[in-house]
Design a protein around this ligand. Structure first.
Ligand code: BGC
Length: 811
């Protein structure tokens, strides 16, 4: 059999391989090259000391460093060094503030450098397809442009400190249920326009050193084995010249991955794949040059990490952590989003304030899983508010519920009501307890805990100045939204969440956030809800392009709070926009005046509406934004530039981005529904776009979906017979499998700490990791005790026994 063509004529010509690295690789025996393309342990790469190639460390995560010096895990189970816990990505995205995110990135890079980490595993920028996605708190937005711009800013910051960033999880990884083997069925236009565009922007704008592939399959192919994604799109089209790594234990077929452009396997699989890679080369199934390219990229990155480290001095940890805590506080306020306000906010810092809610003492500030940061310190709203009021007032505190479970006793509710009596204002801190949001599982509903709703109802019924301050990583249902006098969300504000919310409540800082995702009235109205986490081996993206505001605005279904929404303590007047430039290269200049009495910021958002599209298209799409900070009375220009892609659609037939000639409208506003001015443009273009039939509703029928896909809608892969992607849980469908799964769970449970205090979300994440673990991971994690040959035999035995039992049952 002929070896498939290698990705480049010679490794030295491949993107990401330097001449020096290619030279080193050329002198290494094949076994060494195979060794180098897999990790050495959970967090470190392999070294080739004799050749001057040192190992380097990769470490989570998106909003803070999770460097583990002891046992490693990807569930937030074991300890990690203290690090600044910045607001999570859902909050960072809500700042819409590019320079600020660059500052956060720089701080993350500085802490990584201090801890001698070579690559920080973030930012994560998967699109929030459905609000119940378990990791939505780790992602930036429902919109690709905002996600891409925010991610690029973080990457620029991290890398400015000589530390590599890692865009993850590439691509179409939008749910936690069955995340390690679910097959995302998606049409190419949607993939390009919604799910890849953010990655493309971040790659082009910030040249990340690394990208992490996703666990899931896309249209039947593992993301880590897709040459289309990892080489043709990422490198050939977008010009990525870094390294691609697996997500942790995502490898499904190492040789196929190497051919596709997957350079580094993480963590170590203790050599489990080595013989297979060797055999694939011998059999001509893998070009040796592809192995050399992967190895060249690992070596090039190792050399780069070492060179950067040698050229910089480490920071002083004490000042660094002080500075970063102050930055975390500033960023948390800049992300805080004022959803409603009848003028009750900002509060006067005096009188008697009832502070209700256990989050005031135990802040809900981050989510569970691999992004869990061991914060350097933790501000609480209770202490900060007491200090802020000083002798000028009194804070009467009542927990109201249990912070960990969200449950409340009648006595706790009664205590809260008593605290609110005679108060000048009530601040009620509610939201989602930590166990509601984590990597490894999705939420099953968007409701607040019942006790939180009960408190909202009871307090708003008796008091006329109630401010609800929310902490949560993703949208919640708010049937009660009209009851309080103000609602403010701090999202998940990191270690300074407690102080930042007090800064905003008293107007010491402005609520700088604007929603980076729509908050639906009810999740059921969303088209993605009909195909989300509803089948173990497949998820169909039948809503196509209609995610978030693209759905609400096109189909006239108002969100409770629209994309881009957020009130201010200042007020702004937007003047007549000017559009300059020619063709698709346009600059929109919008004068904005702060007509209020306080300094404040606002985000001017530019949406493009295609008036004459021959294709189905969302009614409008965000194509640019600018955040302006203004003193009272000050006027400044918000400047937004547009380019060809601002008007383009992806033409699947022509495999290219194309702009249709015709009339376009630029909608300029302060949210996707608060459009303050429009400008018309006529574009000429010679592009012919192939017809792309629309769907009658936002959810494609079988026939429409097949047309979108260009083939029949594939059947989900059956759970039986078992294969490498079968999970331990799947085994329970057969008698022998049940026994085997039981034994395995027992072994794994023993490996878990017997800590009675293990937080619920960690226990839940671990359990979900175990039951969802694909069988191939057994060989990869067994440290050599279970070879793939033995795993193959085991799977054959499980299948044969199950088949004969079934046959016997039928007889
Ligand atoms: C997560 C990644 C993370 C890795 C290492 C995986 O389970 O999906 O985001 O970087 O673990 O902890």
């Amino acid at each position: 059999m002929n070896a498939p063509a290698a990705s480049a004529a010679s490794p030295a010509q491949a993107p990401g391989v330097t001449v020096q690295a290619a030279g080193i690789v050329a002198a290494l025996p094949r076994s060494e090259r195979i060794r180098l393309v897999s990790g050495a342990d959970f967090w470190n790469t392999e070294a080739a000391e004799a050749e001057g190639v040192s190992a380097f460390m990769l470490t989570d995560g998106p909003h803070g460093l999770r460097k583990q010096n002891g046992a490693g895990d990807h569930a937030g189970l074991h300890d990690s060094v203290p690090a600044t816990c910045f607001p999570t990505a859902s909050a960072l995205g809500s700042t819409w503030d590019v320079p600020l995110l660059e500052e956060v990135g720089t701080a993350l890079g500085r802490e990584s450098r201090y801890e001698e980490v070579g690559v920080l595993l973030g930012p994560g920028l998967n699109i929030k397809r459905h609000p119940a996605g378990g990791r939505n708190f780790e992602y930036l937005s429902e919109d690709p442009l905002l996600s891409g711009r925010m991610a690029a800013a973080l990457v620029r910051g991290i890398q400015s400190e000589g530390v590599g960033a890692c865009l993850k999880h590439y691509a179409a990884n939008n749910q936690e249920s069955d995340r390690m083997r679910v097959d995302t069925i998606i049409d190419e236009r949607t993939l390009r326009e919604i799910y890849l565009t953010g990655f493309e922007i971040a790659v082009r704008e910030s040249q990340p050193w690394t990208v992490m592939c996703a666990y899931n399959l896309i249209n039947g192919e593992h993301a880590g084995e897709s040459r289309m994604l990892l080489t043709e799109v990422l490198r050939d089209e977008w010009g990525f010249d870094g390294l691609v790594m697996t997500d942790w234990i995502a490898t499904h077929d190492r040789a196929a991955g190497i051919h596709a452009g997957l350079d580094l396997e993480m963590p170590s699989s203790s050599g489990a794949w080595d013989a297979r890679v060797e055999a694939a080369i011998e059999a001509g199934e893998l070009a040796e040059a592809d192995l050399d390219i992967a190895c060249g990229r690992v070596v090039a990155l190792a050399l780069k990490v070492a060179a950067e480290r040698a050229s910089r001095l480490p920071a002083d940890p004490v000042t660094m952590h002080d500075d970063h805590h102050a930055l975390a506080r500033r960023v948390a306020a800049a992300a805080t989003t004022l959803l409603t306000n009848d003028g009750t906010l900002p509060l006067a810092p005096r009188g008697r304030i009832a502070l209700v809610g256990a989050f005031a003492e135990s802040p809900r500030h981050q989510g569970g899983g691999s992004s869990l940061v061991n914060s350097t310190r933790m501000d609480t709203a209770l202490e900060t508010m007491r200090a802020r009021l000083g002798g000028a007032g009194e804070v009467v505190y009542a927990p109201g519920y249990d912070a960990a479970t969200g449950d409340a006793t009648d006595a706790q509710i009664a205590h809260a009501l008593a605290a609110a009596e005679d108060a000048d204002a009530v601040v009620l801190m509610v939201g989602l307890p930590t166990s509601f949001e984590s990597e490894g599982y999705d939420r099953s509903h968007l409701d607040l805990p019942a006790s939180h709703e009960r408190l909202i109802q009871a307090l708003t019924a008796r008091h006329h100045r109630v401010v609800v301050a929310l902490s949560h990583g993703a949208p919640v249902h708010m049937p009660w939204a009209d009851a309080p006098q103000a609602i403010v969300t701090g999202h998940l504000g990191g270690q300074a969440a407690g102080s930042a919310i007090v800064d905003v409540l008293f107007g010491d800082a402005e609520p700088g956030g604007r929603l980076a995702e729509s908050y639906p009235v009810h999740v059921r109205e969303l088209p993605s809800d009909h195909h989300f986490a509803n089948a173990p081996t497949q998820v169909q993206y039948r809503e196509g392009l209609y995610v978030g505001y693209r759905f609400h605005d096109t189909f006239g279904v108002p969100a409770r709070f629209p994309f881009g929404h957020g009130l201010s303590y200042a007020s702004f007047e937007v003047g007549e926009p000017k559009v300059t430039g020619r063709g698709t290269a346009r600059t929109v200049t919008v004068p904005v005046t702060n007509t209020g009495e306080r300094a404040g910021s606002t985000v001017v958002q530019v949406y493009v509406h295609d008036r004459e599209s021959t294709l189905h298209r969302p009614a409008q799409e965000l194509k640019g934004f600018a955040k302006v900070h203004l003193e009272p009375g000050e006027t400044a220009d918000a400047v937004v530039t547009l380019d060809e892609r601002s008007f383009a659609v992806y033409d699947v037939t022509g495999a290219a981005w194309k702009v249709e000639a015709g009339e376009y409208e630029l909608r300029i506003g302060l949210s996707s529904t608060r459009i303050l001015a429009t400008k018309s443009l006529r574009l000429t273009s010679g592009d012919a776009v192939a017809p792309a039939p629309g769907t009658a509703s936002a959810i494609a029928t079988d026939k429409e979906f097949a047309t979108m896909l260009g083939r029949l809608v594939p059947e989900p892969r059956p759970l039986f017979p078992f294969h490498y992607d079968s999970t331990i849980d799947d085994l329970r469908t057969t008698w022998l499998g049940r026994r085997f799964a039981g034994a395995l769970s027992g072994i794994m449970a023993k490996a878990l700490p017997t800590d009675a205090d293990m937080p619920d979300e960690v226990r839940e994440t671990m359990t979900s990791f175990l039951v969802n673990m694909p069988l191939r991971a057994l060989a990869m994690m067994s440290e050599g005790r279970l070879s793939f040959a033995s795993l193959d035999r085991l799977i054959r035995l499980l299948n044969a026994t199950a088949l004969s039992t079934r046959r016997a049952a039928r007889r």
